[in-house]
Design a protein around this ligand. Structure first.
Ligand code: FES
Ligand code: FES
Length: 137
């Protein structure tokens, strides 16, 4: 059987970026995957004026694909506004990683849902109503 992971997936799995807990996070998301029962937590530091994500961390209780995707979405989200970060999709994250095995798509969806949950948490805490629901693509 051909080894199913790209070099980039392995590299992010072995050396994930932005791992850890953030005690003073402005927004936190914890999401579980119905497909496999795994979980991911995402923490955000947000600039109150500009709504730019200044820092982001994650903890994954999932598999290699989830760790790699969570790692890449923290890189994609940092420096983006909340609205921009909402549009980061699992497809985009998967492409950045050079692809994932199709059976692992839900692991990248889980990572993206964790990020979106953290954004939603920030918006709820700050009385911001989300202008539009992000697409699931
Ligand atoms: Fe559960 Fe990947 S199989 S997150
Ligand atoms: Fe949950 Fe892969 S099945 S970590």
């Amino acid at each position: 059987m051909k080894f199913p992971y790209s070099k980039k997936v392995l590299e992010h799995f072995q050396n994930p970026r932005n791992v850890g807990k953030m005690e003073d996070a402005d927004g936190k998301g914890l999401e579980g995957s119905p497909a496999c029962g795994d979980m991911v937590a995402v923490y955000l530091k947000v600039n109150e004026d500009t709504k730019v994500i200044e820092d982001v961390k994650f903890e994954s209780y999932g598999c290699a694909s989830n760790i790699a995707t969570a790692s890449i979405i923290t890189e994609l989200a940092k420096g983006k506004t909340l609205e921009e970060a909402k549009n980061i999709s699992w497809k985009q994250a998967t492409e950045e990683l050079g692809g994932l095995p199709p059976v692992k798509a839900h692991c990248s969806v889980l990572a993206v849902e964790g990020l979106r949950a953290a954004i939603r948490d920030y918006e709820e805490k700050h009385g911001l109503v989300s202008a539009k629901e992000p697409t699931t693509e």
